[in-house]
Design a protein around this ligand. Sequence first.
Ligand SMILES: [Zn+2]
Ligand SMILES: [Zn+2]
Length: 295
Amino acid sequence: MTSHSIAVIVRDVFAHMSIVERFSLATIGASAVLLALFERIIPYTKGQRFLREGFFDDFALYTIAQNYVLSIVIFSIIIARLDTIGGLSRFQVLAQWPLWLQVTLFVVTHDFYIYWMHRWQHRNRFMWRLHEAHHSPTSVDWLSGSRSHCLEILINQTVEFAPIVLLGASPDVIPLKGAISAVWGMYIHANLNVRTGPLQWVINGPEMHRWHHSMGKGMRSNFSTKLAIWDWMFGTAYFPPGQRASAYGMRTWFPKHYLGQTLYAFRRFRWHDRSRALPTGNLGLQSDDASAVRP
Ligand SMILES: [Zn+2]
Ligand SMILES: [Zn+2]
């Protein structure tokens, strides 16, 4: 494929987009550039490389290819089928609400769902299989959060976007909500030494989420994605003063590339996994999971 034909495809994609969709995509792109730039200026973990291990897989395969295919499956097949069966969207339940209120409603409710889903994924060995890929990067940066198993994305984004369609929200909510999720996701993983002070009680950021990706105690905490209030409310916040998260990733072996990481979720459960794979040795947990650490 020549650069000319790539340019034609990109132009065609843009030609079919609404103004809000273009704005959302441009916001995601600009945020990625800015976050990557600020990682060079104020890094949380010094010495992390831009082109680190797994960069190609995370960018080309998880971010571009997987998201493209899954967006077709989620919107054109699953949500379209759900709407055909129930016909719910014709009631236009939220159509009269102002756009900002619709967006706020879906951001907050989905974030609450993701908090509990995330906790469950760390408690249940079957659910952990869909989440461990996300914990596998040893360098946590603006891009690494995109590494999520296709089934995890399939479940979470169906739950994220189906209510928007079925409740008859404005079509603009989808790209706006998508951009908020993408930018916030890049931000909480970014290798940035930000100090948000009291804002960290509300707005989740790298200060707390990097602890969740460390191999130590913090991995059992900080399940929030956008709003940190869930962790503070439900007793799972871990934010030790004056300390820095480090040693990211998992103690167990994990495939290095996309295909292996995707298929590895379907490996057999083995009895000896119980004792072999606790991330920080015996933490005094009675885990029924090979790799998960209970909150
Ligand atoms: Zn996690
Ligand atoms: Zn993460």
